[in-house]
Design a protein around this ligand. Structure first.
Ligand code: FUC
Length: 352
């Protein structure tokens, strides 16, 4: 197993480095010290053909100009916070309103557009990167100095594990995720709408027009949000269900896992034979089918278009700070935040 590094660009007078982790079977994960961005994941199809299965840019400048959080770690709080403000212990905090009038994915820079400190991990059956960042008290409007460590580990079983750890010196909010856009067809040959998704979930959160949860939990049964038996993403995306239409003719919804503890999501692409099994300790996954990706730029030679990638954002419930009925995303000074999501790639279609 090995790690190779190369210069990728410059940001805030610091060097941006791309690290490529490769296992003994040729699978590789490339990632930056900027935003912990995963630029590429290269895995074989059923014929042993190695191709990229995430959306990313070849040039660093494109990340600055165009990236809708491609491959990045999102924090302090993933998703939107209504009206970019919240109250904690009677104190009102005003956040960056970067999705006006709301707060999105941690603010102006969040954790996705900053340089992280890095350490390489090189072990016999494991290679990885450990990332560190200190988010200062008041950054993007949040209280407390927050120390975060993110660890990417690639194993010889074609599994990438991402774990997150954080500590604060003042009560604050935290809800971290990774924002990779998957496309298992390989090198963006087809849209993600052809993928099959399966997960055990009976409820999802209703969104308002601002794409923020209204607080209502809806039943998935007999709707495009029922993935229990597996379904083609397209079958839901083309439906006229008002929640699908509202999100831009696709998914941008938190699906609540049926059980607590560890849960599994299967994404598969029949034609390439590739599948991805995501295992997480988080209570929900925000399923986003890149409904607004279209733009005047290219992604590894392919013109940006809607539905090119699917994000599986495993996390706590969005806008939880405004919904006492949702599980909390408050972190206390005496606690340690810890969460883990694993992504294992297979090259035979499993499931449906
Ligand atoms: C996702 C979505 C948002 C947004 C963004 C780029 O997480 O929830 O609606 O458009 O990423």
């Amino acid at each position: 197993m090995k790690i190779v590094e190369r210069e990728f660009g410059n940001y805030d007078s610091e060097l941006v480095i791309e690290y490529t982790l490769t296992n003994d079977f040729g699978m590789s994960v490339s990632c930056l010290n900027y935003g912990c961005v995963i630029t590429k994941i290269i895995v074989p199809d059923r014929n042993g053909h190695f191709e990229n299965v995430v959306l990313g840019f070849d040039r660093f400048e494109d990340y600055l100009e165009w990236s809708p959080y491609f491959g990045a770690v999102i924090g302090r709080v993933a998703g939107r916070i209504k009206d970019a403000q919240f109250q904690l212990d009677g104190e009102k905090y005003l956040l960056a309103a970067n999705d006006y009038p709301n707060h999105l994915h941690g603010g102006q820079k969040g954790f996705s557009s900053v340089i992280w400190k890095t350490e390489k991990i090189e072990q016999e059956n494991m290679v990885g990167m450990k990332y560190f960042y200190r988010s200062m008290d008041g950054e993007e409007g949040y209280p407390g100095n927050l120390d975060i460590a993110v660890t990417y580990l690639l194993s010889n079983t074609n599994e990438l594990s991402i774990s997150y750890e954080a500590r604060t010196d003042h009560k604050t909010l935290i809800n971290l995720t990774n924002h990779s856009y998957f496309n298992l067809s390989g090198n963006l040959k087809r849209d993600c709408s052809e993928h099959i998704l399966q997960l055990e979930s009976d409820r999802f959160l209703e969104l308002g027009l601002d794409l923020i949860p209204t607080g209502k939990m809806l039943e998935s049964k007999n709707t495009p949000f029922d993935f229990n038996q597996g379904r083609f993403l397209l079958s839901g995306m083309k439906s006229s269900h008002p929640q699908i239409v509202l999100a831009g003719n696709g998914y941008d919804h938190p699906l609540l896992f049926k059980k607590s503890g560890e849960n599994t999501i299967m994404l598969s692409d029949k034609e390439s034979g590739r599948s991805l099994r995501v295992t997480t300790d988080q209570p929900c996954v925000v399923l986003y089918t890149s409904n607004q990706l279209e733009g005047p730029f290219s992604i590894s030679g392919v013109r940006a278009r809607n539905y090119l990638g699917v994000c599986l954002e495993t996390q706590g419930l969005p806008d939880a700070v405004h919904h006492p009925e949702f599980s909390t995303v408050i972190l206390h000074p005496e606690e340690v935040y810890y969460s883990k999501t694993k992504y294992r790639f297979f090259s035979n279609t499993i499931g449906v």
